[in-house]
Design a protein around this ligand. Structure first.
Ligand code: LLP
Length: 435
């Protein structure tokens, strides 16, 4: 079991709330996000990183899960925010998130998105490529502002994870490749710019990582670059953003490391390399997403049809699936689940949890060992806090689920369930078809 199971009256209790009652009250599918767990994770970030080392910052990678309420929690917990689109930036601004604590990422930011960031005094823009640098320069000039940027570079380091979520290798759509001559030219050009201030570099190696050696390898590459840039151009590295990617537990197969396993290695390596080259320590930034919110979320479903293919398999269907959680279909991601209204019953059957979409790939969990199930049972799929709500779709015109925030036994809706009317909100029938 992936988390320590709390139960009351044979019901699964999550953040003090009876999940069976949540399902009854708010309907299913239902995303349930625990503020208690997010709070614990943020505390660990402060203890293992922010308070432990001076000159450190942490930004929550909001692509994992972003709502107005989440922005408020992250701000209260003392973290910054990493956004990756105009939509994420808009959400943060609407939530009143302090814009100087926002880092704006993305490999193809538009003029409008960059202008929105400049107008709103976003703290750092992580420049991905030369085209972006050029248009950002023009925007900053038009607005007569000096914009602080980091360059995203690909240090040429490869992580062990799903091929769609590795990003640090040289052959990547993200960041600038470290062709030394080119990087010298760009840094030199920016150092002379009236409107752009380069504070340092950013790399992100991938997601759901369990080892720290690739962070160590990437830092070696980056500090050596900093040393060369100092020697050749007098450039001083003041900020180094080492990205996110810290792995979490989805099933018993995952063995996540404590945060200090990563942050300790990152800080020691930066210090050791800076000492080696007689450089001042830069401010070190991390930007975890999944690690903060992944295990803080569960999704509740109601079981429907249970179909036995004799001697082969039992398919147990739920009232959601691929549209609220595309990760198994996209990445063959594995999940664990429990029958929320039968916590005291031992597993006595093996069932494959099938989503309700017309798509044979819509299987959330293969061969799950569970107690005897029947239609009407509540299924809780665990560790769904990251990249589920944020990647949800309306495939098969299924309305998106509500999101409920739970904390010490209390529940609040933070995103309403979509209605059928909502599904048609933006649809228009041309006049000539109305007859
Ligand atoms: N920083 C940057 C620049 C990133 O691109 C990402 C994630 C993060 C931080 C946060 O990574 P995390 O700490 O959450 O691993 N949809 C995929 C994950 C894509 C991650 C993209 N970038 C999934 O569901 O596994």
């Amino acid at each position: 079991m992936v988390m320590e199971l709390k139960e009351r009256n044979n019901h699964f209790i999550f953040s003090g709330c009876d999940t069976v009652k949540l399902a009854q009250e708010y309907g299913t599918p239902l995303y349930v996000i625990s503020e208690d767990i997010i709070q614990e994770r943020c505390k660990e970030i402060r203890e293992a990183f922010l308070d432990k080392y001076s000159n450190t910052k942490a930004a929550y990678a909001s692509k994992a899960f972003l709502t107005l309420a989440m922005c408020k929690i992250i701000d209260r917990e003392g973290l910054g925010l990493d956004v990756v689109s105009g939509g994420e930036l808009y959400t943060a601004i609407k939530a009143g998130f302090p814009t100087e604590k926002i880092m704006f990422h993305g490999n193809n930011k538009s003029w409008e998105e960059l202008e929105m960031a400049v107008k709103n005094d976003v703290g750092r823009i992580i420049v991905d490529n030369l085209y972006e640098l050029e248009i950002l320069g023009e925007i900053a000039k038009q607005h007569q502002k000096k914009v602080k940027v980091l360059f995203r570079v690909t240090p040429g380091i490869q992580g062990q994870t799903h091929e769609y979520i590795i990003t640090g290798q040289k052959d990547s759509k993200f960041g600038m490749p470290l062709e030394t001559q080119k990087i010298y030219e760009v840094v030199e050009e920016v150092m002379a710019s009236e409107y752009i201030e380069l504070t340092g570099f950013h790399f992100h190696l991938g997601s759901q990582l369990f080892e720290n050696d690739i962070y160590i390898g990437a830092i070696h590459v980056m500090i050596q670059l900093a040393q060369e840039l100092k020697e050749k151009l007098g450039f001083i590295l003041t900020e180094l953003n080492t990205g996110g990617g810290f792995g979490i537990r989805y099933t018993d197969h995952d063995k996540p490391k404590p945060l200090h396993f990563f942050t300790g290695a990152i800080m020691e390596t930066v210090k050791e390399q800076c000492d080696k080259y007689h450089l001042d320590m830069p401010t070190v930034i991390i930007e975890p997403g999944r690690w903060i919110v992944g295990e803080a979320g569960i999704t509740l479903y109601t079981m429907g049809a249970i179909k036995e293919i004799p001697n082969i398999r039992i398919y147990a269907s739920i009232d959601g699936g691929l549209p609220d959680n595309p990760r198994p279909a996209l990445y063959r991601a594995k999940y664990d689940a429990i029958v929320a209204n039968k916590t005291n019953e031992a597993p006595s059957m093996t069932a494959t949890i099938a989503g309700k979409c017309c798509e044979s790939g819509d299987i959330l969990i293969w061969d799950l060992k569970i107690p005897k199930i029947e239609a009407g049972d509540t299924l809780a799929v665990l560790s769904t806090g990251a990249y589920n709500f944020s990647m949800a779709s309306n495939y098969n015109k299924l309305p998106k689920p509500a999101v409920v925030l739970v904390k010490e036994g209390k529940a609040e809706v933070i995103v309403e369930r979509e209605s059928y009317e909502n599904l048609l909100d933006r649809e228009i029938v041309p006049e000539y078809l109305k007859k």
